[in-house]
Ligand binder design. Structure first.
Ligand code: NI
Length: 193
């Protein structure tokens, strides 16, 4: 891994040039944020592997890249389809996974801090299995089976949670949840009536 720390869904501690920073902000503005009901809904199975799906995958890949994320689920852009994109590091292939399901998880678990593109400024500890086997389809409909460990395993579990309306604050301890919720509560606007 490079100097950047990658936790959950977000690449952190990164110095971006002004143009990249502008692209990041524009991308984040298109990603649903805490309080948006779409983040709490269960997405539906994808049945049509058509042009529309390909365009959606392309859009999600660009948004994830521009937002400096390592994963993005369709529900995060308000599309209730079972689909996510992920890329644990720049050396690894960017993949789209359609109708994903975890068919096996290792016994070993690990607690690590996770962030989320939909919960900006929040990082909470989440315990997850360190290895998983993920099955699903790619954007063409071809069957996919991935054996993942470490960050890759963590990311796909985070993204699959999104497709079921589950967020990291649901997976953390009570104290971390309280801290995160306090941070997410909209700040009062001074002078507003
Ligand atoms: Ni997320």
């Amino acid at each position: 891994m490079s100097e950047e720390t990658q936790a959950g869904q977000v690449i952190e501690d990164e110095e971006l040039d002004p143009e990249a920073e502008t692209r990041r902000r524009l991308a984040l503005a298109q990603i649903r944020q805490w309080g948006d009901p779409a983040l709490r809904l269960r997405a539906h199975e994808v049945e049509a592997f058509d042009e529309d799906l390909n365009r959606l995958v392309e859009r999600m890949e660009i948004l994830m890249h521009d937002a400096r994320g390592v994963g993005l689920a369709a529900t995060q852009i308000g599309v209730l389809l079972r689909l996510f994109v992920f890329q644990p590091s720049e050396d690894e292939q960017l993949r789209a996974v359609v109708n994903p399901r975890i068919v096996a998880s290792g016994d070993e678990t690990e607690v690590d801090e996770e962030g989320c593109l939909s919960l900006q400024g929040v990082k909470v500890p989440v315990e997850r299995p360190t290895t998983v086997v993920l099955e699903g389809q790619d954007e063409t409909g071809a069957e996919l089976r991935l054996e993942l460990e470490g960050l890759g395993a963590r990311i796909v579990q985070h993204e699959l949670d999104h497709l079921d309306g589950v967020l990291i604050i649901d997976r953390t301890d009570d104290e971390s949840r309280r801290g995160a919720l306090a941070r997410l509560r909209p700040q009062p606007v001074l002078g507003a009536r």
